[in-house]
Design a protein around this ligand. Structure first.
Ligand code: 5CA
Ligand code: ZN
Length: 405
């Protein structure tokens, strides 16, 4: 799938820092330790509705990771999927009487435009599930052959499921107890009640074709892939069996990242699948998580259309810490717009060397992306007429993705 254009990333003087990030699997902030090429997989959208500010916040989080790794001298191999065939997309297409492929195409186009406006560095590989069906089918077949997958005894639809016990440490990524896992599985696309499964948490790998649903030929028969195997295969086939980071919003901790890790680990025999599992908090509106199913959405494209500066959206979303669930509001936007104009006024200013400000930015970002502290450091810089502008403006661009000039 076509990605989107990269924003220019200015080089800045001085040495980058080793990034420390929270890892959901260990519950600690730990150093990331990539080789010359850092490998990052961030779960992409399910394209049935436009990009809202919650999505944007999550992609901005990993954009900062990307920028910190580049600043530290790494290449970054970044892969992102698009869940362009799945239940919610098909349901929405049915509801609206549009062809599911058209709906996906339209929403992917909007997402690209939104990411471009927000100056998010694009993935090198941007891969739709539909494009990857064959490689996913091969992996499902391998799991069956390895005894890690089985068909439910359903005469009409003998769908293929993954046996979670075969991973040997299912649950290590989320560290949730079984009751929580069961609850979240039911809430987030799983089917713990499906008769014939070996374990209620076993996730779907291959759904046999149903009438009026898209399907593809495969060694299992015509059907379509389950959700978690999609990400496991798209990631591992491009980045290798062990990656530096798997990312997404906190609603992907379980079952999605737990199951995709288990699939990838059983396929490769290597663990852990990701050295860091990093999750962004949920953005809410009016006290509720912003979500397509609740319909309480603020769309990036709508704000752009209203003339809101995308750099103000960036600042508004990054004003809070990425791990914190937080609310979007008009006040957040107004404060971000004010901050942006103060920083812009300072950006061209002549004055004394401000390298200390740039170093403070690097240091705060290296500590689990402490953007609130970075905002405070740049507010202090903007308020100090003696300090020069351009070096800090270049660092705001390179490290925060916020263009001031
Ligand atoms: N296609 C799958 C991942 S493979 C999916 O979850 N798609 S999504 O469109 O529902 O979400 C895309 C990304 O945005 C995910 O990382 C999700 O965790 C994140 N996200 C969704 N809602 C919010 C929110 N309110 N705040 C922050 N991040 C969110
Ligand atoms: Zn995913």
């Amino acid at each position: 799938m076509q990605s989107w254009p990269s924003p220019p990333i200015p080089g800045i003087p001085g040495a980058g820092r080793q990034l420390r990030l929270y890892d959901s699997a260990t519950g600690e902030v730990r150093p990331t330790d990539p080789g010359p090429t850092a490998t990052m997989y961030v779960c992409g959208i399910t394209p049935y509705d436009a990009t809202h500010l919650g999505h944007a916040a999550t992609y901005l989080t990993f954009d900062l990771v990307h920028r910190m790794w580049l600043d530290a001298g790494h290449q970054v191999h970044y892969v992102q999927n698009i869940t362009d065939v799945d239940d919610p997309l098909l349901e929405r297409a049915n509801r609206d009487g549009v062809y599911w492929g058209k709906l996906a195409e339209r929403e992917i186009g909007l997402f690209r435009d939104d990411m471009t406006a927000l100056r998010v560095i694009p993935p090198a590989d941007y891969i739709g599930a539909v494009e990857a069906v064959d490689e996913i089918a091969v992996a499902v077949r391998q799991l069956i052959d390895a005894g890690a997958a089985y068909r439910v005894p359903d005469e009409q639809y003998p769908d293929v499921y993954f046996d979670v016990t075969t991973s040997g440490h299912f649950g290590y990524e989320s560290r949730y107890d079984e009751a929580t896992m069961l609850h979240l599985s039911a809430e987030r696309g799983g089917d713990p009640e499906r008769p014939g499964k070996r374990h209620p948490l076993d996730p779907l790998l291959w759904r046999m074709a149903r009438p009026d649903e898209p399907s593809w030929d495969s060694p299992m028969g015509p059907g379509r892939p389950g959700w978690h195997i999609e990400c496991a295969v798209i990631a591992a086939n491009r980045l290798g069996p062990v990656i530096d980071l798997q990312g997404g919003g906190s609603d992907l901790i379980f079952p999605h990242h737990e199951c995709s890790a288990a699939h990838a680990e059983v396929l490769s025999g290597k663990r852990p699948f990701a050295r860091h599992y990093t999750h962004a908090g949920m953005i809410g509106l009016d006290g509720e998580k912003m979500s397509k199913s609740r319909g309480n959405l603020v769309f990036v494209s709508r704000l752009l259309h209203q003339g809101v500066d995308p750099m103000a959206m960036r600042l508004g979303l990054l004003a809070g810490h990425y791990r914190q669930d937080r609310a979007w509001s008009d006040e957040v936007l107004v404060a971000a717009e004010e901050r942006l104009s103060r920083w812009r006024a300072a950006a061209g200013r002549a004055g004394a060397d401000a390298d200390g400000v740039v170093e403070a930015m690097r240091e705060r970002l290296a500590d689990d992306l402490d953007t609130p502290a970075v905002m405070a450091a740049l507010d202090a810089w903007a308020a100090d007429d003696r300090l020069a502008g351009p070096a800090v403006a270049a660092a705001a661009d390179a490290l925060l993705g916020v263009r001031l000039i």
